[in-house]
Design a protein around this ligand. Structure first.
Ligand code: TYD
Ligand code: MG
Length: 454
């Protein structure tokens, strides 16, 4: 019997090699090569358009299909850059259990007044029904299919002619033209390429769901990034209710857009104004709370930083952060020690960003410092004060980008005072603002302004 020919594929980026390699020369990841059967059984393409496309002049191309489809989900529309482009292939990636299927089903059920086909290779139709009942939004135009063979999916698509197709998930579907099993790199690549040809020639929009595991065991969406038109990543903390939908790649819009959802018992709810949920008003005057005005992507929002400073019981003080970079916290503590007489070695410091969000905007520094000092001296920061500024090593407060957007967001939410860097003074006009803008140049000035005039 002839020996089955095999090839090695990188699970991360999909590049191939005839022998096993420890480190992928293309993406640089270690130990990602897996052996898979090589070659196709038949050379027939899986999907062949009825007529061959002809070269056309720009003015001859109809603009009819350039209109975007409204998905009836404001957050998703925003991330897609204003709606779904007909004929586009969108990959929705995320860790298992984050809510990808829920989002897809919700969009499928609310979706446009066109036929929608929801293909699930993971859940049975009964399970989908149970989920749909939880979500409780119904559409009679949505058809469901439990299928894993790409060939039969395409046959149904040609018959039903849906305007929108959801595939949950790309790792479960397979084509007969390849020997390897579903979920392997070559299957995923081949199925996606066939779906892309289908989407482009029939102007059908296709949503693919793809899993990524923490250790990247399954062929990750990285393999598909080059093929698809848009890559959306669904992320969040399993223990919290907030989910963030980010666009990592988008051929038809900006990648800095961000959608925020709240996972509830009846599905995902769009969060139009995240700041309102992420901050408490702190009317009781609790110490250790500082509100920072940050920007993620292009979306400004206010976020609550909570700090707890207590006397260290053991010799080595503890530092613990959730949602914030631990090394950055250490740096800020060192600045506080030097500039504000904060006894670093005698204190345990715990820091938490409310809502389970992760912030890497340096503008949050000022709120972190304010929260730590507030907890340290057990004096609350005045109600309706907020902060936006980066802290430098010598204790200077550095300017941050798009400060006006941050100030407007704070004003919109009714804050009365915002502390920003002195160096931001030039770029902005405070005329007509109801919020008072306080310029501070150094950490010690901020602390004086906050706690010395009580
Ligand atoms: P799911 O969409 O199945 O995740 P994925 O497809 O990304 O693997 O979502 C699973 C989680 O969502 C599960 O832990 C339960 C939760 N959930 C809710 O909280 N409310 C709901 O209405 C639904 C349908 C799910
Ligand atoms: Mg799922």
């Amino acid at each position: 019997m002839a020996k089955l020919k095999t090839l090695f594929f990188c699970r991360n980026c999909g590049s191939e090699s005839s022998k096993w390699i420890g480190r992928c020369p293309s993406c640089g990841e270690w130990n990602t090569y897996v052996e898979e059967p090589a070659g196709k059984k038949n050379a027939q393409p899986i999907f062949e358009p009825e007529e061959r496309p002809r070269p056309q002049k720009l003015e001859d191309i109809s603009a009819l299909n350039c209109l975007r489809i409204d998905t009836h989900n404001a957050e998703l529309n925003r991330v897609l850059g204003g709606g779904l482009v007909p004929g586009s292939l969108v990959l929705l990636g995320g860790e298992p259990g984050i809510g990808k299927s829920t989002l897809a089903l919700q969009v499928a059920l609310q979706a446009p007044e066109a036929t929608v086909l929801y293909v699930s290779g993971e859940e049975s139709l009964q399970q989908i029904k149970m989920r749909a009942e939880r979500i409780s939004s119904h559409s009679s135009d949505c058809l469901f299919l439990n299928e894993t063979s790409l060939e039969s999916i395409l046959v149904h698509c040609k018959e039903i002619k849906p305007a929108l197709i959801f595939i949950d998930s790309i790792q479960t579907i397979s084509t007969q033209s390849i020997d390897s099993s579903a979920g392997s790199v070559s299957q995923i690549k081949e199925c996606t390429a066939a779906l892309l040809r289908f989407a482009k020639t029939t102007h059908t929009s296709v949503f693919l769901i793809g899993h990524i595991t923490k250790d990247g065991m399954l062929a990750g969406p990285k393999v598909l990034e080059h093929i698809v038109d848009a890559v959306l990543q669904f992320e969040g903390d399993h223990n919290h209710v907030y989910r963030i939908l980010r666009s990592l790649k988008n051929r038809f819009g900006a990648t800095s857009e961000l959608g925020i959802f709240e996972m509830r018992s009846d599905g995902l709810r769009e969060v139009a104004n995240p700041s309102e949920m992420l901050i408490t008003t702190n009317e009781e005057g609790l110490s250790g709370i500082g509100i920072g005005a940050t920007i993620d992507g292009i979306r400004p929002f206010l976020i609550e930083v909570q700090a707890l400073v207590s006397t260290a019981v053991y010799g080595t003080p503890q530092r613990s952060c959730t949602g914030f970079d631990g090394r950055r916290l250490n740096m800020l503590l060192a600045v506080l020690e030097k500039r504000a007489g904060f006894k670093l070695s005698a204190k345990d410091v715990f820091l938490n960003i409310a809502g389970g969000l992760k912030v890497d905007d340096p503008a949050i520094d000022l709120a972190v410092i304010a929260a730590i000092m507030s907890s340290n001296i057990d004096t609350p920061i005045r109600h309706l004060y907020c902060f936006s500024g980066e802290v430098g090593l010598s204790g200077e407060i550095r300017p941050v980008g798009r400060i006006e957007q941050r100030i407007y967001e704070a004003q919109k939410l009714g804050f009365t005072k915002i502390f920003i860097a002195d160096a931001n003074r030039k770029g902005i006009s405070t005329k007509g603002l109801s919020i008072q803008v306080v310029f501070v140049g150094k950490v010690e000035h901020l602390i004086k302004a906050l706690f010395n005039n009580e």
